[in-house]
Design a protein around this ligand. Structure first.
Ligand code: 13P
Ligand code: SF4
Length: 308
């Protein structure tokens, strides 16, 4: 069976749309109707008129699509495609934390569960985090969760004194500073670009810091330059597809990492076969409890309104 043709046939027959993140395997990115960062994917999910959303990403992303589209069917190729960052913020502990600081506004990075979003005042992604934090009055104390690295980056950029939750992404914490500096010595004319989920010492080496879309845009605008790319390695597919003559090297990971570059094993759980099967069977579906969904929708909607 030609999987690509069969997916295209099923998509038409069922009025489905395929949304994929830049960290997905190349063959999934190539068949998707839209490939984007977390903000772009939320915006697409909010405006689609498809009956079925095939979310080629991780669970919190599909959950966000379901929160925005309760009457639509949202399927995820592999239900185990989770996220270490989302897992680092258990709802009961986070609720205690927010209750201990009742005067704080709660801003959460979209990489968290629906339960955490339900405890949130406003959601953000890496592409609008600075804008969202800057939209809060200066005298208003803020809790920022779950990513301590993105939180620290925002503190450094805005001068805001935010209370940070101690969560992180295993992929963006896997970069080796020592190996990165060695690589930079080997390629001194390469510029380092980094995702803000990376640790501060990595970010301090970067010429540009931004979301996955931000990094792709930056490379597009500087095609004659050469780059060391510090984010999940899947992004190189889109960069090289669009900018085949730009020289790119993925930032190296620490010795004990399973991959020499940083790959998110959650994102890589989705395969073209699983994507086909979930579209055919309309399963596994991602569902959200209605009471939680209603509370989680508000902070997502606030973010989307501020990002227009
Ligand atoms: P963005 O694509 O929004 O930059 O997010 C990166 C990420 O880690 C998604 O899990
Ligand atoms: Fe989560 Fe990190 Fe994977 Fe993104 S790259 S899905 S933040 S574990």
């Amino acid at each position: 069976m030609d999987l690509v043709k069969e997916i295209q046939r099923l998509k038409k027959e069922k009025n489905a749309v395929i949304l994929a993140h830049y960290y997905q395997v190349p063959e999934i990115q190539d068949i998707a109707d839209y490939v984007g960062d977390s903000l772009g994917l939320s915006q697409k999910a909010a405006e689609t008129d498809a009956d079925i959303i095939v979310f080629a990403g991780v669970h919190f992303m599909a959950e966000t699509a379901k929160i925005l589209n309760p009457s639509k069917t949202v399927v995820l190729p592999d239900l185990d495609a989770g996220c270490s960052l989302a897992d680092s913020c258990p709802p009961d502990e986070f609720e205690k934390f927010t209750k201990a600081h009742p005067d704080h506004i709660v801003i959460t990075y979209v990489n968290c569960s629906a339960e955490i979003k339900a405890l949130t005042d406003i959601v953000c992604t890496s592409s609008n985090a600075l804008k969202i934090v800057n939209s809060i009055p200066k005298d208003q104390p803020i809790i920022f969760a779950p990513d301590r690295n993105l939180g620290q980056y925002i503190i450094n950029e805005t001068g805001r004194d935010m209370l940070l939750w101690d969560g992180s992404c295993i992929v963006h914490e896997a970069f080796s500073m020592e190996k990165l500096l060695d690589l930079h010595k080997k390629y001194p004319d390469y510029k380092i670009i980094a995702h803000p989920e990376s640790e501060t010492h990595i970010l301090n080496t970067a010429t540009y810091i931004g979301s996955t879309s931000g990094m792709i845009n930056y490379v597009r605008e500087h095609q004659d330059e050469k780059f060391i790319v510090a984010t999940e390695a899947g992004i190189l597919h889109k960069m090289q597809q669009e900018m085949p003559n730009t020289e790119l090297v993925p930032a190296p990971a620490k010795e004990d990492n399973t991959c020499a570059c940083s790959e998110c094993h959650f994102m890589k759980m989705n395969t073209l076969q699983k994507l086909h099967d979930c579209l055919l069977n309309e399963s596994p579906q991602v569902d959200v409890d209605e009471a939680i969904r209603e509370r989680a929708l508000l902070p997502i909607q606030r973010m989307l309104d501020l990002s227009k």
